[in-house]
Design a protein around this ligand. Structure first.
Ligand SMILES: *Cc1c(COP(=O)(O)O)cnc(C)c1O
Length: 369
């Protein structure tokens, strides 16, 4: 049996490079608490992402949770969001004692349907939390207009959009804040890690307090913060991986194009084509949608029989998770539900072999016959 093929593979720098960079930690014994590597990575990432401010965090989830917390919304306020995302997005809203209001998504790119936003706004609405799902960029212009009109904050879950630009601008320049995940499974990783990126400098101080217990001096605690600091080993992983992220993205692109070449013309499927010319993509995910009901699960099973582990991102919808089901009222999520039942994310990473892509495509076609 061939080796197990997973949906992604963590990128790692050459072993010696990482070892060389962590060596000094045995002398300094400075392992966390905003060490020099933490400082260096914050600067390097804000430069790479082209955004004025960036606060490193221990993971992507707490980045989003704290970005929302930093806005000081009154308890019980409503936040409009997408149900077609990783569960973390909805958890971050609910754990802040806010109420998620689920909005449907668009068939074209699976992002929140901006045309349905206004219908969901009430006097309790305080924010919109859209997701650049699979690296597809939300309609940031329309969302900004609506947010301005109703005085709402916009916090983007940009976990899938690391390094992407829209009309030449770093993606984190849209909205009041954007949050990234540097989890081992993402395009760019710090083992575990994440960041909040933003343009309003005041947010930096507030996030610093939230991630470090609100401690501002040996005897001074100014805010009720938690602990979400990134450690030095992770920061060094991030500095090393940053050197290779562009090469990895180029390589991912060539793999994605091979899938598209083999499945792009098949009218039984809709494969992600990365066609929006305003976006520079990071090729983090390769979703394929089956147009006939019930086929997705058959393909999923057939691939598994061949030791290939595609993933049903994102099924079920977060609004249907056992912990949220029937708790929040929402309008029809017809599109989101249909997509969630028919989509499959295929293996995509720089080392994925061309023969494996051909094999995956023929296994898919076999199931479709
Ligand atoms: C990965 C991910 C997160 C959470 O990030 P972690 O670093 O795993 O905590 C949040 N939202 C989305 C859309 C994600 O894909």
């Amino acid at each position: 049996m061939q080796e197990k093929i997973t949906v992604t593979k963590s990128s790692m720098p050459p072993y010696e490079e990482y070892i060389e960079k962590i060596k000094p930690l045995w002398d300094s014994k400075w392992l966390t608490n905003m060490g020099i590597n933490h400082q260096e990575l914050e600067k390097a990432l804000s430069r790479y992402l082209g955004v004025p401010y960036l606060s490193l965090m221990v993971n992507g989830h707490l980045s989003l949770e704290m970005a929302i917390q930093a806005m000081n919304f009154p308890e019980g306020s409503e936040v409009i969001t997408t149900p077609f995302t990783f569960i973390s997005t909805t958890h971050a809203i609910v754990r802040n004692h806010l109420k998620p209001v689920f909005c449907d998504i668009k068939l074209e790119d699976y992002t929140i349907d901006e045309k349905k936003l206004e219908g969901l706004i009430t006097e309790k609405t305080v924010a919109i939390v859209p997701v650049h799902v699979y690296g597809n960029i939300c309609n940031v212009e329309e969302i900004e207009k609506i947010a301005f009109k109703y005085n709402l904050k916009v916090i983007y879950d940009a976990a899938h959009a690391f390094g992407e630009t829209y009309k030449g601008k770093g993606i984190a320049n849209f909205g009041d804040a954007s949050t990234f995940s540097f989890h081992a499974t993402k395009v760019y990783n710090t083992i575990e890690g994440g960041a909040v990126a933003f343009s309003d400098g005041k947010l930096y101080e507030r996030l610093y307090n939230l991630k470090n217990f609100g401690i501002r001096g040996e005897e001074l605690v100014v805010d009720i913060g938690a602990n979400a600091k990134m450690n030095e080993f992770s920061a060094i992983m991030g500095l090393c991986n940053l050197e290779y992220v562009d090469t990895n993205i180029t390589c991912r692109k060539s793999k994605a194009l091979q899938y598209i070449e083999q499945l792009g013309e098949d009218d039984r499927v809709e494969i992600q084509k990365f066609e929006n010319e305003d976006i520079t993509y990071n090729y983090g995910y390769l979703p394929i949608r089956f147009l006939q009901e019930g086929v997705r699960d058959k393909v999923y099973a057939h691939l598994r029989e061949n030791n290939i582990y595609a993933r049903k991102y994102f099924y079920p919808l977060t609004s249907d998770a056992a912990c949220f089901k029937n708790k929040y009222i929402h309008l029809s999520l017809e599109c989101a539900r249909m997509i969630s039942c028919n989509v499959l994310v295929l293996p995509l990473y720089p080392e994925l072999e061309d023969e494996m892509i051909t094999k995956i495509c023929s296994l898919i076609k076999e199931t479709l016959e």
